[in-house]
Design a protein around this ligand. Structure first.
Ligand code: FAD
Ligand code: PYC
Length: 414
């Protein structure tokens, strides 16, 4: 595949862009693969990518029922940070954040990673204690974060009202190397790299059944026919329960809609990301100038991948005391994605009761930031049967009571 470069852009500009290759090949399924990954979201594509890049396994298909990146990966508010509390979380999220730093170069695809800094605001005494504790834990984990006082918050984000009568800003947890990236580009960049390694990215191919023999996976039934495989990775986020049912086991997971919205574009107003978790809102400004806004999850489990009007009202109302300028903005678009939430708000990267089936899910409201680290770890788990980054994230931890409680770090109310 031709590399993208300034020279290539100049060359194609001279010949009306007739010389570009397809970013990824359009393929029909082969009869058999070494590994099938179900779900061409960021996590599925990254898993496939690192199977090829780190372990040389390229006889791989990534099967997607819709279009690639059309699930949560293309619907999220793109916040990237690694300021979690527990050590296993810090390890995988910080690995991920560091992979984002070089992702554009590694994939030869501009994912627009913007380490503009993320603040998690403390607006209650409880949050002050919680975030100071996280800052201390992060220091021990080698994750660079710091507790900052209200004056510094105001300096970093002048549009903020820190003196709100109900929720004054008491400080914040600041991660200067956190930020955002272009979500679709992450999926497209990985898909292009997978295709370049000879893998098959197959869209409009829904997995409808999982075939097993003597307790081991042997293949899948799809809307494009039966396909055999030696190993299967289930990476389908909000539909993980549906897939595990096909495979004959249950996952400790619930599916719920999480919504977001954007305002009309305005001139540059804030150049950092802010999460205000007490009031349930988070905010950044896109390169187009839109304010990108999200809130808490819907209050009931569902598979409804869409936005709802009352949510816009609730989320903006929650944020308006701290960001009064929002009251003057028109809201343009809203949408929803189906996120996969576990009881301890930590993901599952695990072997399963069926030999050869591995599951990567439970990223809930916060998995965009984890895409490269999760793919890296999952590829190792699938290849070697074990990875230091996934050891603690087994699905069996719920049976054993070994929870990894990240309810505070998850940030989003659910
Ligand atoms: P997905 O991208 O959902 O991919 C799963 C894919 O599997 C889908 O494309 C689906 O079509 C496919 N699939 C399902 N069933 C089948 C089947 N039977 N056969 C074939 N294919 C199938 N995270 C952050 O870190 N920061 C944020 O700011 C953030 N904001 C968010 C805001 C919103 C509104 C939402 C919805 C999520 C947000 N998240 C955020 C969470 C993040 O988006 C997800 O955790 C992450 O994208 C999950 O990626 P994935 O690859 O696991 O899932
Ligand atoms: O996990 O950082 C996060 C997040 C922000 C918005 C939704 N999730």
């Amino acid at each position: 595949m031709k590399r993208y470069s300034a020279f290539a852009i100049a060359r194609e500009a001279m010949r009306n862009h007739t010389g570009w290759d397809r970013a990824w090949a359009k393929r029909e399924p082969k009869k058999k693969y070494d590994v099938i990954i179900v779900g061409a979201g960021g996590h599925g594509l990254a898993t496939a990518h690192y199977l090829g890049k780190n372990f040389g396994i390229t006889n791989v298909a990534i099967l997607e029922k819709g279009w690639l990146g059309g699930g949560n990966t293309g619907r999220n508010t793109t916040i990237i940070r690694s300021n979690y509390l527990q050590d296993p979380s810090a390890a995988i999220y910080e690995k991920s954040r560091s992979l984002y730093e070089t992702m554009s170069q590694d994939l030869n695809y501009n994912v627009m990673f913007s380490p503009r800094g993320v603040i998690m605001l403390a607006q209650t005494q409880h949050e002050v204690r919680g975030y100071k504790r996280t800052a201390h834990a992060n220091a021990l984990q080698g994750v660079t974060t710091e507790w900052i006082e209200p004056a510094r918050v105001k300096e970093l984000c002048p549009i903020m009202n820190i003196d709100g009568p109900r929720y004054p800003v008491l400080g914040g947890l600041w991660q200067a190397r956190g930020g955002t990236a272009r979500h679709d580009a992450v999926a497209w960049g990985y898909a292009r790299a997978c295709s370049d390694m000879g893998m098959d990215v197959i869209q409009q191919c829904e997995v409808k059944g999982i075939r097993q023999m003597n307790g081991k996976v042997v293949g899948v039934d799809t809307t494009k026919g039966a396909i055999d495989c030696d190993k299967l990775g289930m990476v389908v986020a909000g539909h993980s329960g549906v897939l595990s049912q096909m495979a004959g086991f249950r996952l400790p997971i619930e599916s719920v809609a999480l919504q977001a919205l954007v305002s009309e574009p305005i001139k540059p107003a804030m150049d950092i990301v802010v999460m205000a978790n007490t009031v349930h809102g988070y905010l950044s400004q896109s390169d187009k100038g839109e304010m990108v806004i999200g809130g808490g999850t819907d209050v009931y489990n569902n598979y409804t991948q869409r936005g709802s009007f009352h949510h816009v009202e609730e989320t903006v109302r929650a944020l308006v005391e701290t960001f009064p300028m929002l009251a003057r903005l028109k809201m343009l678009r809203q949408w929803g994605g189906i996120v996969d939430v576990t009881g301890d708000r930590s993901p599952i990267l695990s072997k399963t009761p069926v030999e050869g089936i591995f599951v990567n899910c439970g990223w809930g409201t916060g998995g965009f930031k984890a895409i490269p680290g999760s793919g890296w770890a999952m590829a190792e788990l699938i290849t070697k049967g074990q990875s230091p980054l996934t050891d603690e994230f087994s699905m069996f931890r719920f049976r054993e009571g070994k929870f990894i409680d990240e309810s505070v770090a998850a940030g989003v109310a659910h």
